[in-house]
Design a protein around this ligand. Structure first.
Ligand code: SF4
Length: 224
């Protein structure tokens, strides 16, 4: 009997990634739609929640059938994957096929996150900024409370967790980053990875702002 495909809008599929789940060889499934509007979003095409998927679930199934014994797992990324209601069914199917399950999330849906967490072997949770700068980075109010609620849920579950922050220097100064790192460690986070913001894929406005900021910083450094 054919198992019905989970209801997912899939924007892209990377058949092999060595970096989406540290230490694992994975396929990465990018789910369409994201409620945030991060300053540095490098894939704005993934944000529209109404855009249809470009890849069918059968393509993921076929890939896993061909890569059995070669891949360690599948990472669900986005966009914001917990936005889609078919995520749990997809994760169950991946597990049943013998693969590990990883999740990239920005933690905007705490209840949905809690519901899929038992199906995850590893989670990369984006905590975008210290609370007072959250809206400036994500463009949305209330994001901080939701993300920190997801963090508490993840910590309580003891899932293998990596917390990540992409540092937008046009919004966050070094003391803001230090404040965030301290706050995360105080909550019990053991692995907090800082990522440098990139201009590839971002809007021209953000790329120009970042370039101007870096030029100013370089000018100041040359005076020191
Ligand atoms: S959470 Fe990711 S996909 Fe969503 S806006 Fe931010 S960077 Fe873009």
């Amino acid at each position: 009997m054919t198992v019905p495909a989970p209801d997912l809008q899939i924007a892209g599929l990377t058949p092999l990634s060595t970096c989406d789940w540290p230490g694992k060889l994975v396929a990465t499934v990018f789910l369409q739609g994201c409620p945030l509007a991060c300053t540095y979003c490098h894939n704005p095409g993934l944000r529209d929640p109404l855009a249809p998927g470009a890849i069918g679930w059968h393509e993921v199934r076929d890939l896993l059938a061909r890569r059995r014994g070669l891949l360690d797992g599948v990472v669900f990324s986005g966009g914001e994957p917990t936005r889609q209601r078919g995520l749990a069914a997809a994760m169950r199917e991946v597990r049943a096929a013998g693969f590990g399950v990883g999740l990239h999330t920005a933690g905007f849906y705490p209840h949905r996150f809690a519901a899929v967490l038992p199906l995850c072997d590893w989670v990369g949770l984006d905590i975008k900024a210290p609370e007072h700068l959250y809206e400036a980075v994500t463009g949305r109010p209330a994001g901080a409370a939701k993300a920190f609620e997801c963090l508490q849920v993840a910590l309580a579950s003891r899932v293998d967790l990596q917390v990540r922050t992409t540092v937008d220097p046009t919004v966050m100064r070094p003391h803001d980053v230090a404040r965030l790192t301290d706050a995360l460690h105080a909550r019990g986070v053991r692995e907090h990875v800082l990522q440098e913001v990139r201009t590839q894929g971002t809007t021209p406005q953000f790329a120009a702002r970042l370039e101007a900021f870096r030029d100013r910083a370089a000018g100041l450094a040359s005076l020191a």
